[in-house]
Design a binder for this molecule. Structure first.
Ligand SMILES: Nc1nc2c(ncn2[C@@H]2O[C@H](COP(=O)(O)OP(=O)(O)OP(=O)(O)O)[C@@H](O)[C@H]2O)c(=O)[nH]1
Ligand SMILES: [Mg+2]
Length: 292
């Protein structure tokens, strides 16, 4: 599977981020709770440097709660401020604001100590495309300031939003990094809509998702698509799903492309249930993915 996704604007965005970073006090890093490892920009450590940082596991409503808890434990162990959130729920606003206020206080005290007059704290929101950056900013602002959408690449340029007299947020276009460590990262990002489907092969994306779900969440597959004779044969399961959903080509063969699209859609919009595709390594070391 050839991954060729690094468009010119990503490079520009990265330069813009580096530039803007000089102006901000806090970086809010939005990860997708379903794939915290793949959605974490490996370059961010270098970019953020000494800034205060808040890690938000967004779309927690779509992820497996027990696994999200484990991720939070890991981040907190690593000394990061971290929270699981759902940006389409109103309650989330006060939860995040509380955390930002805390970081704001620390920052304004630092400024005071240096004899500087406290000014509004500037917060930059970063994350892969479609992670929910603009949705969160709108929620915090209490109104729709930034355009959002269920596809990657909605936000094109930077946009400041003042959400209180004390806090200003900078929305940024989603960024990816120039090289994935492994192919699986690209696949996970595409399955969760951070990368456009067309850049990868949709049939393969759907098939690989089904293959993983049969191992990780067989009960959810049965609940959605019915019982299968051979749960350990993903190809046969996919063929049966095709039949059950009427995805049949003229020649009577299974339409794998349509079936792949159904599986991907139903995973993405939560119809399959709450699913996490990545969990932290049991040893608490490097982030990892399911390997069994
Ligand atoms: N279920 C669920 N959906 C969410 C959540 N947060 C955002 N979304 C949805 O995810 C999609 C992408 O949201 P955006 O806010 O546009 O994402 P973005 O990070 O700004 O994306 P770019 O501007 O393309 O980088 C939208 O359809 C949102 O409604 C969440 O916590 N839960
Ligand atoms: Mg956006």
């Amino acid at each position: 599977m050839k991954i060729n996704w690094y468009p010119g604007h990503m490079k520009k965005t990265q330069e813009l981020l580096q530039e803007q970073l000089k102006l901000v006090d806090i970086v809010v890093e939005i990860l997708d709770a379903r794939v915290p490892s793949s959605s974490q920009n490996p370059q961010i450590e270098k970019l953020i440097n000494q800034k205060k940082r808040l890690v938000l596991l967004n779309k927690a409503d779509l992820a497996d709660e027990t696994i999200t808890e484990k991720w939070l434990e890991l981040f907190i162990e690593q000394g990061k401020n971290a929270m699981a959130i759902n940006s389409i729920e109103n309650r989330t606003a006060s939860k995040v604001m509380q955390e930002l206020q805390k970081l704001y206080k620390e920052k304004s005290e630092q400024l005071k100590k240096r004899g500087r007059i406290p000014r509004p704290v500037r917060v930059m929101v970063v994350g892969v495309p479609n992670a929910g950056k603009s949705t969160l900013i709108n929620l915090l602002a209490g109104k729709k300031r930034a355009k959002t959408g269920d596809r990657p690449g909605v936000t094109k340029g930077k946009q400041w939003t003042r959400i209180q007299s004390t806090i200003e947020l900078l929305d940024t276009p989603g960024i990816l990094w120039p090289k994935f460590e492994d192919e699986l990262t690209g696949i996970r990002l595409a399955q969760t809509s951070a990368i456009k489907d067309e850049i990868l092969d949709v049939e393969t994306l759907g098939y690989k998702l089904l293959e993983d779900l049969l191992k990780l969440y067989p009960d959810l597959i049965v609940r959605r698509y019915g019982e299968f004779e051979n749960m350990d044969e993903p190809l046969k399961v996919m063929e049966t799903i095709a039949q059950r959903r009427g995805c049949i080509l003229k020649a009577g063969e299974a339409d794998f492309l349509r079936t792949a699209n159904i599986i991907l859609d139903e995973f993405r919009n939560g119809k399959l249930g709450r699913i996490s595709l990545e969990k932290p390594e049991e040893n608490g070391g490097q982030d990892g993915t399911f390997t069994d």
